[in-house]
Design a protein around this ligand. Structure first.
Ligand code: PLP
Length: 457
């Protein structure tokens, strides 16, 4: 039985029209319509590192292209956009089986959708790429695609923490998460403990003096200072103290850094950035290795909060992911050259790029990252005024927030993202008046350098 009902098309037209390109009238006669027309179900809990052919793939770039893709029921090459809020049942009993979990399949797009599944499985395959679990089998992960990075962080916190618990984190953090853990979660009795986690003694001391700490959240490299923390040593310390560990891998991507290698519990991304790669959609993903927990309480929280992505954004993410390896190689190559160039400029006081030996966390970055990444920041001499002048002189590079797009993007935190934060407060976290953050794009290097050079004059 085929997947589409068989249809006979009868043209009804006068003889004079017989050779015309368009028939005058068309009648359709359905000659065979199977009552139980099969609606294919796609398992939503499988993850694999295999392409649609079922063969295990040995290259990261091949996995980025093929992992997570299922043969479409109508043989569309690219998975179509399943713009449907709900999914139908052949009969009431099937609905019952779906709701009870006896049968896998989609129910309602707040709970899951084929476009989410493809992106979730692809990103899981990349985060688990070439890694094994404790038993020596390929690491299996479960991911949930969210409406934004902040939505995914909310699921992470709400599904793992309760009143009286504490979160341990480094002081250089994405500002949205900092606000979530210092302003929103305390209203529900969940408190932050923020210390310099680059100092392992301080981390151990914080754990000892705060027995309520349940989760250690790490962001490395951190936004916007590029500070790095030691994933291996901190995870070891966390596990000795029975803490959960989550890692924001947004700046690195799984191509450059795989936190699950060190035994962490969760990896998080703002997919808005390098994973999408083209600045076309906001999104976030939460990936976990405890499948029972991910399929149980974490999925339940996700579904109840209504923090799901949508089919179009998930489709755009899927397209971007296919070229992740190629893009990251070029981002990294260009960033290294841009950092070297900026270091030679007399108008710049300091360049923060993990690939430079002058970066205080260079050794940690090189230990846990394949390349130092596409993000850097630098401090212009002359404070806010020079920061604004420099930004206004850019011709090709884009003046905006966000990062990880194909185009080079620059942002001046003191006048943009952090302008509402008191100077003394932001300076404590390294966000000075002259700090410029740059997401180095895929343009030809000479054009990036030429634009920066004329803006620095
Ligand atoms: N984590 C990092 C490192 C980020 O840079 C961002 C956003 O800039 C987020 C989390 C939040 O993600 P989103 O803006 O997709 O909600």
């Amino acid at each position: 039985m085929g997947l589409v009902p068989e249809v006979e098309i009868i043209y009804i037209c006068p003889n004079s029209y017989r050779n015309n390109f368009f028939p005058l009238n068309i009648a359709f006669k359905i000659i065979k319509m199977d009552k139980s027309f099969p609606r294919p179900t796609v398992p939503i809990e499988e993850t694999s590192q295999e392409g649609s052919s079922g063969r295990a793939l040995s290259g990261f770039g091949s996995a980025a292209l093929h992992a997570g893709h299922k043969t479409d029921p109508l043989y569309s090459h690219v998975t179509p956009i399943y713009a449907s809020s709900t999914f139908v049942y052949d009969e009431a009993e099937q609905g019952m089986r779906r709701f009870s979990g006896e049968e896998k399949g989609y129910i309602y797009s707040r709970w899951g959708n084929p476009n989410f599944t493809e992106a979730e499985e692809k990103i899981s395959a990349l985060e688990a790429f070439s890694l094994n679990d404790e038993t020596g089998k390929p690491l299996q992960l479960k991911a949930l695609l969210h409406a934004s990075g902040m939505a995914a962080l909310t699921t992470l916190m709400v599904s793992n923490l309760k009143k009286g618990d504490k979160i341990l984190s480094h002081f250089s953090l994405y500002s949205g998460l900092e606000e979530l853990i210092t302003k929103i979660l305390p209203q529900f009795g969940i408190e932050p403990v923020i210390v310099d986690l680059r100092d392992l003694n301080k981390a151990a001391e914080a754990i000892k003096t705060n027995p309520g700490i349940k989760l250690m959240h790490l962001e490395t490299p951190a936004n916007p200072t590029m500070q790095c923390v030691d994933l291996e040593e901190l995870t070891k310390l966390a596990k000795e103290n029975n803490l959960l560990v989550s890692v924001d891998n947004t700046f690195a991507t799984p191509y450059l850094q795989q936190p699950f290698r060190y035994g962490v519990d969760f990896v998080f991304h703002s997919t808005t950035k390098f994973l999408n790669g083209h600045g076309t959609a906001i999104g976030g993903i939460l990936i976990g290795k405890d499948l029972e927990k991910m399929n149980g309480p974490v999925t339940k929280t996700y579904r109840i909060l209504g923090v799901n992505s949508n089919p179009f954004d998930a489709f755009l993410l899927g397209l971007g992911l296919k070229t992740l390896e190629l893009r990251m190689e070029r981002h990294c190559q260009n960033a290294m050259e841009v950092a070297r160039f900026l270091e030679t400029q007399s108008t710049i006081a300091r360049v923060n790029y993990t690939g430079l030996a002058s970066h205080p966390d260079h050794a940690i970055a090189m230990k846990q990252m394949k390349h130092p990444g596409g993000m850097l920041s630098f401090e212009l001499k002359g404070g806010i005024k020079n920061g604004i002048n420099f930004m206004n002189k850019l011709n090709m590079c884009i003046r905006t927030v966000s990062l990880g797009t194909a185009e080079s993007i620059l942002c001046h935190p003191a006048s943009m993202t952090h302008h509402a934060i008191p100077k003394e407060h932001r300076e404590k976290y390294g966000i000075t008046d002259g700090l410029i953050r740059m997401s180095v794009g895929l343009e030809n290097l000479q054009d990036i350098l030429a634009d920066l050079e004329q803006a620095l004059e």
